[in-house]
Design a protein around this ligand. Structure first.
Ligand code: SDX
Length: 430
């Protein structure tokens, strides 16, 4: 088949660049030789038109509102499978058979304990430290404890550190939560499943046993599936860029957690709930919608809009269903926050501004209401997002490291600063 070419002409010079096609989705123009030929860079802040890598893990069609993990639609995985099945799929590329699933679950569950000395880290934090600050520290500190799985050139080390990362996130997340409320840490129990273990480590107290509600366990497990991976989003790109220098996976995931914290990204679930609480009643919604449309007002409707989805975020639909299930189970079906959220969604989906800019609710719009109803404080929302996204970060990191063409990421720039000039001695300056 003849190679497709993109032609670029500047003045009386012309260049050709190969066009590459994926299995589905947009083609790419391979411009890796552009600077060598033209002595020019492309310019694309925010990477709105830039494919930074080739990947086989997750595919998003923003116009169709489609999300596939290794080709499987998120709607099917979230309804029929569990989170550890999704972890296996993202890591290895195929759904596990019953033997593989049982072995994987057994392995992950038996890596949930953390080194006992890690529990002393937290005492250095104030009790009111944001749990995301604690998570950045704890995950980064894993490189100081798990020396026996830091050689990224060794496939076995990569496997062990991947399993350790996935397995220990719930334990560290529960420690961050328990520390913030002054309660003792709870050790994982091997007879519990991954998500049940996390709920028990968060909500069990020494004075009485905590019985995991299977409906809450299923709902949270589904929330983890929905958040597991999302192509080359900001935090995943951070993990890939950190990993491209050869940094160990724990340090790379710590960098990903730091990036996820921002309100434009994973911090939006915390910001969306704060916004709903500030709005307070459906009657106050119009003034906030007006602010979101006002160019001179930096206010944005948190939980709305997405760089890729210009249709409904398929995760938001599933999230909305889960929200209703959880609130009904917990007797909060008439939660005023849910009423405000539903009315805000109705108004926004009929408002010309939002329709024209294709601003739909994203996954963060509903997740906060659900997590709050489950008993998590707002400050833990992005921690739960990080817990779920860890498998995506690790799968993408592993894919990058195992790519034979992998090299350090080093973007260039358009320089608009001062041209070269001579130093002026202090005594000679005005
Ligand atoms: C996540 O990338 C991922 O995949 C992320 C994520 C994942 O799973 O990893 O999906 C998770 O981060 C979801 C997004 C959560 N963030 C929020 O809910 C914060 C609110 N949303 C916005 O900050 C914004 O929509 C972004 C950051 C999500 C996307 O921003 P873009 O693609 O850079 O779009 P933009 O800022 O250029 O906005 C386009 C237009 C602008 O108006 P104009 O300048 O064209 O006139 O839409 C407007 C914006 O002002 N706009 C909004 C808006 N979002 C965009 N106006 C009001 N409210 C909003 N929420």
């Amino acid at each position: 088949m003849t190679e497709k070419l993109a032609k670029l002409s500047i003045g009386n010079q012309a260049w050709e660049f190969p066009i590459r096609s994926g299995s589905i989705g947009p083609d790419v123009i391979d411009i890796s030789k552009l600077y060598g030929g033209t002595k020019m860079f492309t310019y694309d802040p925010g990477f709105t038109s830039t494919a930074a890598c080739e990947s086989k893990i997750t595919y998003i069609d923003g116009d169709e509102g489609m999300l596939l993990y290794r080709g499987y639609p998120i709607e099917q995985l979230a309804v029929h499978g569990d989170f550890l099945e999704t972890c296996y799929l993202l890591l290895y590329g195929e759904l596990p058979n019953p033997t593989e699933k049982s072995k994987f679950d057994h392995t992950v569950i038996r890596h949930t304990m953390v080194h006992e000395q890690m529990s002393r880290f937290l005492s250095g934090f104030r009790r009111d430290a944001h749990p995301m600050a604690v998570m950045v520290a704890l995950v980064g500190a894993m490189s100081a404890f798990y020396h026996d799985s830091l050689d990224i050139t060794d496939p076995h080390h990569r496997l062990v550190s991947s399993i350790r990362m996935i397995a220990k996130m719930p334990t560290m997340a529960s420690m961050a939560y328990k520390y913030s409320i002054g309660q003792p840490f709870v050790y994982p129990k091997n007879e519990l499943g991954y998500t049940a273990n996390f709920l028990r480590m968060c909500f069990s107290i020494p004075c009485e046993e905590y019985i995991v509600d299977p409906i809450l366990e299923r709902a949270l497990d589904r929330i983890f599936i929905l958040h597991a991976d999302h192509e080359q989003n900001a935090s995943t790109s951070t993990v890939r860029l950190a990993g491209s220098s050869g940094a160990n996976p724990f340090a790379c995931v710590a960098a990903g957690i730091a990036c996820l914290w921002g309100p434009a990204h994973g911090g939006a679930n915390e910001a969306a709930l704060a916004m709903l609480e500030e709005i307070g009643t459906p009657e106050r919604i119009p003034q906030y919608v007006a602010r979101a449309k006002d160019k001179n007002d930096p206010f944005r409707l948190m939980g709305f809009g997405h760089r890729v989805y210009k249709n409904y975020d398929p995760r938001a639909k599933l999230m909305q269903q889960t929200t209703h299930e959880v609130l009904k189970l917990l007797g909060h079906g008439d939660d005023p926050l849910l009423q405000v959220a539903l009315e805000l969604e109705r108004i926004a989906l009929h408002d010309e501004y939002f329709i024209e800019k294709k601003l739909y609710p994203n996954i963060d719009f509903y997740s906060g209401i659900t997590l709050k109803a489950m008993g998590f404080p707002t400050s833990m929302f992005t921690v739960l997002f990080a817990l779920a996204r860890t498998v995506g970060w690790i799968a993408q990191w592993k894919e990058m490291i195992e790519d034979p063409g992998q090299k350090i990421g080093r973007p260039r720039q358009l320089y608009t600063g001062a041209p070269k000039r001579e130093y002026i001695e202090l005594a000679n300056r005005a």
